[in-house]
Design a protein around this ligand. Sequence first.
Ligand SMILES: *Cc1c(COP(=O)(O)O)cnc(C)c1O
Length: 417
Amino acid sequence: MDRKTVNVEIESKKEVPAEALAAARHELGEHNGINMSIEASNTFTFKDSDAMNRAFLGEVGPKTGIYIYSRHLNPTILNLGRQIAAMEGTETAYCTASGMSAISSVFLQLCNTGGHVVAAKTLYGGSHALLTHFLPQKCNITTTFVDIVDLEEVDKAMIEGKTSVLYFESISNPTLIVANIPELSKIAHAKWVKVVVDNTFAPMILSPAKLGADVVVHSISKYISGEADIIAGAVCGPADIVDQMRDPHEGPFMLLGPTMNPKLAFEISGRIPHLSMRMKKHCKRAMKYVTKMKELDPNLDVLYPGLKEHPQHSLLKSMSNKDYGFGGVFCIDMKTEGRAYRLMDKLQNNTKFGFMGVSLGYYETLMSCSSSSTNSMLDTKEKERAGISPGLVRFSVGYVGTFEQKWSQFTRAYSEM
Ligand SMILES: *Cc1c(COP(=O)(O)O)cnc(C)c1O
């Protein structure tokens, strides 16, 4: 097993240069292949009946190269999990079929019926709906939504002995609020509350577990995949949480079956080594756009943590890994839905600046009007509370094409507004 693995130890994440995170773990293939092998079998055989019996008793397992069934454990997915755990600096990680399955599995693992969650009011629309509708209706798990920037409010909302999870996004979608991970972890841990962070917007940029979080979840569908072609997710954290999620009798991975396809795990594995380069490109391009936009029109309402006036600009700077910027997403507030739509139409169809689409992390720029797309399941009051204005256009910044070419496409469309 070890022969196949080149494991680069990373001492302190804080000062690690960008590339090191992506190369923290390299899995070699079965026949000394330079890439890891794909174990495409969904079931595994045993050398004799005694070995089979011992596998089911849990006396032997992956550590001795024994597997049973791929919904439980698959060597390829385990290998990808090791890569992602190395990237996030967690003890272990396991991958799932989507970001939402990773997120919902974590809630179902950490909360029992009657349980309580404290969550940021600015969340990915699906996560917000899960906490607002599904979990209370189906599992009697309730959520108090808070302003994640207001540490006192967060502290007050957590009830010792009842609240089991504090949930937030490292950089929130789409409002780009940056969470103070070290302080939030401190106040949660004082009440024995587990801190779960969705790091989809900031892989490589932030290492939430190093900053105090217990569990880190990802939608791999975004930056980690990078080509807008895969739906996948990951749960990163301590072995006593992640391994238990595969428990044959109680674990949500095992019983709800949000299993990743090993062929997909192989594909994702090959994209992690260049994730750091891509993240840097996204961040650099985003910073350049917002700087130029502020020059072009000082009255334009631009939202980006890289701007000095962003309320968490220095917080993000203090938490982020070396050599990265401030993320690949920025928003501009066009004030009304009509103006937002007009800008997107011009940018896509007149000047080819980018595509209208809801995802992020693609190499081309994607634009969406959050209020009427990804966050449309929020009612007007919820949107207002989350700070999502009707004219907010979210840009997931791509890095292809020269900056000059792309900027001229933007200014041409903007001048027609
Ligand atoms: C997309 C997204 C999710 C959901 O992930 P899927 O892979 O689409 O299931 C969760 N959180 C955030 C922040 C996202 O952007």
